[in-house]
Design a protein around this ligand. Sequence first.
Ligand code: ADP
Ligand code: MG
Length: 658
Amino acid sequence: MIKLTDNIKSLKNIGPSREREFSMLGIFAVQDLLYFFPKSYKYRGAVKSISDLQIEEMASVIATPISAETVFRGKISITKVRVRDETGDIDCIFHNQPYVKNNLPVGVPFIFSGKVIKQGISNPEYDKENQGQDSIVPLYKFSGQKIIRKIMKDLLKNATPVENLPLFLREQLKLPTAEESFRNIHFPENEAMLSLAQRYFATEELIVLQLALYALRGNIKKSSTVNIIDTDISPIIDNIRFTLTCSQKKVLDEIVEDMRSGQVMYRLLQGDVGSGKTVIAIIAAYISAKNGYQTAIMVPTGILAAQHYESFSQILEPLGISVQLLTGSVKGQKIVHEDIKNGTTQVVVATHAAISDNVVFCNLGLVITDEQHRFGVRQREALAGKGRNPHVIVMSATPIPRTLALILYGDLDISTIDQLPAGRTAISTYHVNTSYRERIWSFLEKEAMAGQQSYIVCPAIESDELTSVTEYMDRLTQYYSKKNSSVKVAFLHGKMKENEKEEIMQSFKNGSFAVLVATTVVEVGVNLQNATVMVIEDAHRFGLSQLHQLRGRVGRGSAKSYCILISDTTGEEALSRIRAMIDHSDGFHLSQMDLQLRGPGEFFGMAQHGILNFKMASLQRDMDIVKAIQGCVADIYRDIESYPNLKSMVDKVIVKES
Ligand code: ADP
Ligand code: MG
């Protein structure tokens, strides 16, 4: 018997060159090889008698070669192998495979599968009659299909796979055993068995992921030690210069309800770009402060932190609540840390700097992360870990399908702002090719003369973002210096120092210049009422959600706004993204399209890359599995030592994520 930890070298038919090919695929141990699933399957036609074959159908016959000949026409060869069963004869026709004659000795029965044409069966697959009668044949991403199938058949005969799924879960989801599942994923008995096997491995994949996230997250449903009693928000409501939308009021009610419930709040607040999530966070921080607790809000960029700091302090400081900015570039960190530690600071607006070890809170009661998809699970949890079970709000403009929310956050609650503040006008979106560039620049000039501001976003082409932005900037400056030197331009890219970036954003906000050329550093959260035009260069290089996020930087005031997508692409998929941007303004709709186009791993960007690239599971199909696992993940985790194989799979994911 073979052990799962054995090196594949010890298997039959694996010599140095195949070993090398496997190692390139990340396959070293027998266990890895078991999980080397077919990339697709070929459906062989049913086995028929030769006399029953119909032209144009896919079919299989069990027959014996009786003669063979090869004719050459120039470089092309055609080999005809005549085969026979009890009902008749037919030719198997092979193009450029003269050697098949040697593989098909006269008198030995084989199964031949292929398309029936007038002259016979065209380029059939063939197998020894006694081992190749499966009607579904696996296709592997491997150089030799016959040999890999043989290796797999041997392996399945000699190795016993470990059962990773608890019996009760298998029963609940009506899943086969591990052994049956491995057999059918490689060599399906029929379609029904194949889809059961796929379901088995989808479950295994999801359980590994959910256990890993559970381990990172800890048990979240705890009774709360954060005592929220006073939830009168009228003083702060009076201090806000607009009326909340119905939708904002609804989510606010949900949050207030949670905070006073005596249970730890764990809530996802989602709403399209510009729907007004920040003010909800500010009100929640107000409640927390009023009840004697600190609030930490963490955002992915320094620019966004500076902007939020301004919004928070503008509303909260007049109410006597102290707000502190904490980023890498803030001066006097020691005093800042001291004030956080002794409770002088009540609200901290921060970047990742918040999770550094020297930041200690006095009594953290509420933790908010904005643009949550930019953070890894570990970072989010690290912040919450700085309090004793604080309430948690995660905010996102990227709506998350229910299945994925369950996976990523466990049993969290979702609030959705599904309405934009009144008075917003639709952003007109256009697609033009690069020959229009100067006309666009001249349009920006007009807007500038009318007192409006514009963004031009250039893609960060690998490490060259710096040159692409500065070059663009040079051309643009030259253009305006000839045409209208009162149009002032500045630029911004990811390689600049944090405080430099913040300064440029600040002076853009103050109206010191009219056009900002930038990479996607402006993508998340930036809020500037006066900006009316978003120009996106090489628009085909951006994902749909990202384009929508970028577009969301304009149309934040009452002036008419525009989004101009510049691209010469002829690519089908890129054009369909651009078309979707023109046709749709609803971010939820666009996100759904994007998720389907790219899959969850790409969609959520770098922070959660690897772990969401499912091999087997499907967010559309497997909701019931995710739910079932959610119901028992705590129990399985407690008993994880009884599943050593599962544990090591979980550990691998945890290492990747942290
Ligand atoms: P996002 O949900 O994208 O984070 P913000 O919170 O940045 O959106 O809000 C976008 C803009 O809309 C801000 O300038 C904010 O002050 C404003 N805003 C939020 N709520 C309302 C409202 N109910 N009425 C009018 N303006 C609002
Ligand atoms: Mg925001």
